[in-house]
Design a protein around this ligand. Structure first.
Ligand code: UDP
Length: 456
């Protein structure tokens, strides 16, 4: 088998769910596979491919259709309708893609897919291919959804403490929002629980985490599934540096204001800046945005705040002008570079799984203001298990008030607790790097995956 003139060991199709936080891990796992001699074709939807800045992308990609080629989910009448049509049209176009690649002399050996799209496994099996699901959320969260799927964790939650194997006791509000706020997003609830619908057919269950981070729950789930940890899927340059060109994820939905951010950070004292970002989806109420804005101002620290264009109108009037001496507000930034910058001392985050792993891998303490989905669980672990940050408490309206935001930032930047958290942050940074470096837990697992693929 040839790969750019070289022999390749196998060909993997890597199918990503169309969202920034799902494409990034698929992209990085693809690069790790390629580094080990596997040919990879990344598969994204046509609709998301229009919105992406693909300049730095090194992995060849192909598209399939979700049935909404212009606007993706935004074009659909409901989330349910979107996912249903995606299943139907996606199955058909994925089938066509596999056939096309086979006919062009580049047959596929394995489909790696996001379990948000479980139908991909059915297609892989129809062709007799190896099927590997790759969870892009934490193993703790996957375990919660598994228990709901099995009917062991009964809903609605009635206990004040929930005990699951491999997890510390969890309060209802530590659970993913689709579980504790049952009925809030029924289509997404079905999707996250449905990840396990055909898991018994999967040859591999890969998880974007690392063993040392989630040892107990990984050990527990590995007794049930052929589970391997392969993360954190972060560009090599920020971890082990073995993949020379891997400096960036390579596919971005928004255009980062890189120069403005880096110039602004350069020269600021070490650990003096609060970096604030809530990822690609979070859609806070105006009141919550205002509270965060006030909290930041009251903390009296320099801050770099990513406010997506769609969220801009929620900022208090004249906020940007009035805080321009202390703060910079941008519409998107190169988050990994920002977290790696020595000026950054604290990350106010929604605790999306990628952001959490990125903070752990860069050793930046977090103030968690989770919004929905798995973020509350990630925030709980960040504070109580990894002891790498604080989960900001909410009031009876579910909002983090300005005094609380200010207090949490001060705790991390100035408090005694902050010192402890910083120590832990450095520990996690070291362990994350070791996991993906040669002979580390994730590296060994990827090696095993590739070796079996070659011999299957
Ligand atoms: N990100 C970025 N620039 C920003 C904000 C976020 O590059 O200004 C990236 C971040 O590094 C992460 C991803 O977007 O890889 C967000 O994923 P996450 O799982 O944290 O949150 P989601 O967007 O899925 O809610």
């Amino acid at each position: 088998m040839e790969m750019e003139g070289n022999v390749y060991r196998a060909h993997c199709l890597v199918l990503a769910y169309p969202a920034q936080g799902h494409i990034n891990p698929m992209m990085e796992f693809s690069k790790r596979l390629e580094h080990k001699g596997v040919k990879v074709t990344l598969v994204i939807t046509k609709s998301i491919s229009h919105t992406m800045d693909k300049e730095a992308n090194s992995i060849p990609f192909e598209t399939i259709s979700d049935g909404y080629d212009e606007g993706g989910v935004a074009e659909a009448e409901s989330i349910h309708a979107y996912l249903e049509r995606f299943r139907r049209v996606g199955s058909q176009t994925l089938t066509e893609l596999i056939e096309k690649l086979s006919n062009s002399g580049c047959p596929v050996d394995c489909v790696v897919y996001d379990p948000f799209l479980p139908w991909a496994l059915d297609i892989a099996k129809k062709f007799g291919l190896v099927g590997a699901m790759l969870f892009t959320q934490s193993c703790a969260v996957d375990n919660i959804y598994y228990h709901v799927y099995k009917g062991v964790l009964k809903l609605p939650l009635s206990e004040t403490e929930i005990f699951l194997p491999g997890s510390p006791p969890l309060r209802p509000q530590d659970m993913p929002s689709f579980i504790y706020d049952l009925g809030s997003y029924p289509a997404y609830f079905d999707m996250v629980v449905g990840q396990f619908s055909n898991v018994d057919k999967a040859d591999w269950v890969l998880v974007n985490t690392f063993y040392e981070l989630e040892e107990e729950v990984v050990d527990w789930m590995a007794k049930i599934f052929p589970l391997r940890t392969i993360g954190p899927t972060i560009p090599s340059m920020f971890l082990d540096k073995r993949l020379e060109d891997d400096k960036d994820y390579g596919l971005s939905i928004f255009k980062p204001e890189t120069d403005a951010c880096m110039k602004w950070l350069n020269g600021r004292p070490r650990g003096s800046v609060v970096y604030v970002s809530f990822g690609s989806f979070v859609d806070f109420q105006v009141e919550q945005m205002e509270e965060i804005a006030w909290g930041l101002r009251m903390s009296n620290r320099c801050f770099l705040w990513v406010v997506r264009t769609s969220e801009e109108a929620k900022l208090p009037k004249n906020f940007v002008e009035e805080t321009s001496e202390k703060g910079l507000v941008v519409s998107w930034c190169p988050q990994l570079k920002v977290l790696a910058h020595e000026a950054v001392g604290c990350f106010v985050t929604h605790c999306g799984w990628n952001s959490t792993l990125e903070a752990l891998s860069s050793g930046v303490p977090m103030v968690a203001i989770p919004y929905w989905s798995d973020q509350s669980t990630n925030a709980k672990y960040t504070m109580d298990v990894w002891k790498m940050g604080l989960k900001a408490p909410v009031d009876e309206k579910g909002l983090v008030r300005r005094e609380i935001a200010e207090h949490c930032i001060r705790e991390i930047m100035e408090g005694e607790r902050g010192e402890e958290i910083k120590k832990n942050a450095l520990k996690w940074r070291k362990l994350a790097k070791e996991a993906v470096d040669e002979g580390g837990s994730s590296d060994k697992n990827i090696e095993e995956f590739v070796a079996k693929l070659v011999h299957s």
